[in-house]
Design a protein around this ligand. Structure first.
Ligand SMILES: [Ca+2]
Ligand SMILES: [Ca+2]
Length: 223
């Protein structure tokens, strides 16, 4: 017994020493716990190697239509405001989405007459209003929830919906007198599309929640 403990001890010491220095290299099991405003993965910072099939789907994308759809969503976002009511509805929608639409937890789904009387309940932490950019009125990327991005509520993200998340806030907003967008560079749409088709693992040209979570985590399937 004594001999065994003598053998084990040095390795434990080595592990302890390692742990104190390599925290940042430690594999993360549940990255949701640490994804926040400062660490959320930026898909625009890397190149994506597409398979032949992915590239074929990528090539088939109508980028003009995608740009137009994206511009429409941008206008939509710019016009909207978060309220306690809208946030409650969004939380319900996200709960429904994450339970495959079969959730009956809430029951009501209609808080029209309730106003804010329940704002001090156990989920009060969720009531924090998302931060929106002063110029673009878009949320910070880390605060874009599934139902915020799924603009047409069909339970999947199109390239244009995904681009709301993927493309960074554009500091070069159009002047008020500019006729129409494009205020998004085609390069940005192209890059977002590359990553979109990279993460569309089942090849249906949409991202489901699982695929989008992979994108959000910046998962790399190449190695
Ligand atoms: Ca959608
Ligand atoms: Ca898919």
């Amino acid at each position: 017994m004594k001999r065994i403990s003598l053998l084990v001890a040095p390795s434990l010491l080595a592990l302890a020493a390692c742990g104190s220095e390599d925290v940042e290299n430690t594999p993360v099991d549940d990255i949701d716990e640490i994804v926040d405003a400062d660490t959320e993965y930026d898909p625009m910072t890397r190149d994506y190697t597409l398979t032949e099939d992915q590239q074929a789907r990528r090539d088939a994308l109508d980028s003009d239509a995608t740009s137009a759809e994206y511009a429409g969503y941008r206008d939509e976002v710019r016009a909207e405001q978060d309220t306690e009511e809208s946030m409650a509805a969004e939380r319900d929608a996200n709960r429904m989405a994450s339970n495959g639409g079969s959730n009956t937890t809430s029951g009501s789904g209609n808080g029209a007459g309730a106003d804010s009387s329940g704002s001090t309940d156990a989920s009060a932490g969720d009531d924090t209003m998302p931060t929106r950019d002063a110029n673009t009125n878009m949320r910070r990327r880390s605060e874009m929830t599934w139902s915020y991005l799924d603009r047409n509520d069909d339970g999947q993200l199109s390239v244009a919906e995904y681009a709301i998340w993927a493309i960074p806030l554009d500091p070069t907003e159009p002047e008020p007198n500019d006729a129409r967008p494009p205020y998004v560079e085609q390069e940005e749409i192209n890059k977002a599309a590359d990553s979109f088709f990279y993460y569309d693992r089942d090849g249906d040209t949409y991202l489901d929640q699982r695929e989008f979570t992979s994108a959000r985590r910046g998962e790399n399937f190449d190695s």
